[in-house]
Design a protein around this ligand. Structure first.
Ligand SMILES: [Zn+2]
Ligand SMILES: [Zn+2]
Ligand SMILES: [Zn+2]
Length: 392
């Protein structure tokens, strides 16, 4: 991973500044007008990045708005990149591809046959989202999705190897976009629809530790409130049942009752406040899109159920040396075990093929959406506990 100093130097150079290294861990910058205005720095300045700064240097650190306001300088540049990545030449597909795929997919009510393995090309769409979470604490994170544009297979395990190959400089921009061996690139609308479907469960998974910590803090606060108000209540003198046994006057009883009322109202108001304080909102913004094109070994598979068949394919990425996982045709998450639907032979994960909890009818969520065709009940989206780990 490149250091903050290297990234800053690159961006400033691209923006027309003259940059030179200054010890220790600093940069000397002569900036043109555009850079001066964007970063509010003078024509000559000294920037420091380490624990020890060069004399008179201004410290540069990661800030919520990116590095040192560089986002203002970059603006919308660098948000989309399309590259061809050339794998090392390999004349033959790995021997065990057919066997491998047979081990990776379990169809509960259908069979499949591997037809052939052919060389092919595909596009991996790598989407990087900036995730901002606001609760009693603020947190920022980066979340990435990688999908094969030819078959919607989730290829998250390929993010690192593809980025590594890209960083090595082993890729080039294609001037000509009309390579008919490649699948058609998704439109912006399709990318948006896909992300809207696939991202929320992943965000929940990513935030699970954060949310668990928040829940612990909330439980602790609720427990404190409960203890405090229980003690207040116990201190109130009037006790139900003690009324007839004692000679307490009516006025006193009324006074104690209104005190108990007040304690109860106060308790529930505080609980509502605490729950509000610990509610969290998360926002994911698409920050960067990489469309990486490369060669794959394509395993052509036919799904067979009753007298119907459906051709599909899974790709073996030559650069990453791994297979992507086929997705559920409804929720688009990857899985190992699928149920095949009767109508269109959709592959369905266990959650998307589960029976309607209201009437018990099993139906395909890819064919019918989230409404049960028998009782018209709208089914909840899958919950976080239902989710298999992506790629898992
Ligand atoms: Zn599913
Ligand atoms: Zn139903
Ligand atoms: Zn279906």
């Amino acid at each position: 991973m490149r250091s903050l100093r290297e990234v800053t130097a690159d961006v400033l150079t691209l923006a027309g500044a003259v940059v030179e290294a200054a010890a220790p861990e600093g940069l000397e910058v002569v900036a043109p007008m555009e850079v001066r205005q964007a970063l509010s720095i003078p024509e000559w300045s000294l920037l420091g990045f380490g624990t020890e700064l060069p004399y008179g240097a201004r410290r540069v650190a990661l800030e919520p708005d990116g590095i040192f306001g560089l986002r203002r300088l970059i603006q919308d540049r660098g948000r989309y990149l399309r590259m061809w990545l050339q794998p090392e030449i390999s004349a033959k597909p790995p021997r065990d591809l057919e066997q491998w795929i047979a081990q990776q997919i379990t169809l509960e009510n259908a069979t499949f046959r591997v037809r052939e393995v052919t060389p092919a090309k595909t596009r991996y769409l790598l989407l990087s989202f900036r995730l901002a979470v606001v609760s009693d604490e603020k947190a920022e994170d980066l979340i990435q999705l990688c999908v094969n544009e030819s078959n919607l297979a989730i290829a998250d395990s390929m993010v690192e190897p593809l980025l590594k190959r890209l960083a090595e400089g082993n890729g080039w921009n294609l001037v000509d976009g009309s390579d008919f061996d490649l699948p058609p690139p998704w439109s912006a609308r399709r990318v948006e629809e896909y992300s809207t479907k696939v991202l929320p469960p992943r965000v929940k998974l990513r935030l699970a530790p954060f949310l668990a910590g928040m829940e612990r803090r909330m439980e602790r606060d609720l427990q404190r409130l409960h203890t405090y108000h229980s003690e207040l209540r116990d201190q109130a003198k009037w006790q139900p049942g003690a009324k007839s046994a004692s000679n307490v006057g009516q006025d006193k009883i009324k006074g104690e009752l209104s005190k108990l009322d007040w304690i109860e109202r106060e308790y529930f108001a505080k609980i509502a406040d605490t729950r509000r304080k610990y509610s969290a909102t998360a926002e994911a913004r698409l920050d960067q899109v990489l469309r990486l094109e490369t060669e794959v070994w394509r395993v052509h598979v036919t799904i067979l159920r009753k007298k119907m068949s459906r051709p599909m394919h899974a790709d073996f990425c030559k650069i990453c040396g791994t297979f992507e996982r086929l997705p559920c045709d409804s929720c688009r998450n990857s899985g190992k075990t699928f149920v095949v639907c009767d109508e269109k032979l959709h592959l369905l994960c266990p959650v998307c093929s589960s029976p309607c909890p209201s009437c018990g009818k099993s139906f395909c969520r890819a064919c019918r959406g989230t409404f049960c065709p028998r009782c018209a009940q709208r089914l909840q989206n899958r919950s976080i506990q239902d989710l298999p780990h992506p790629e898992g």
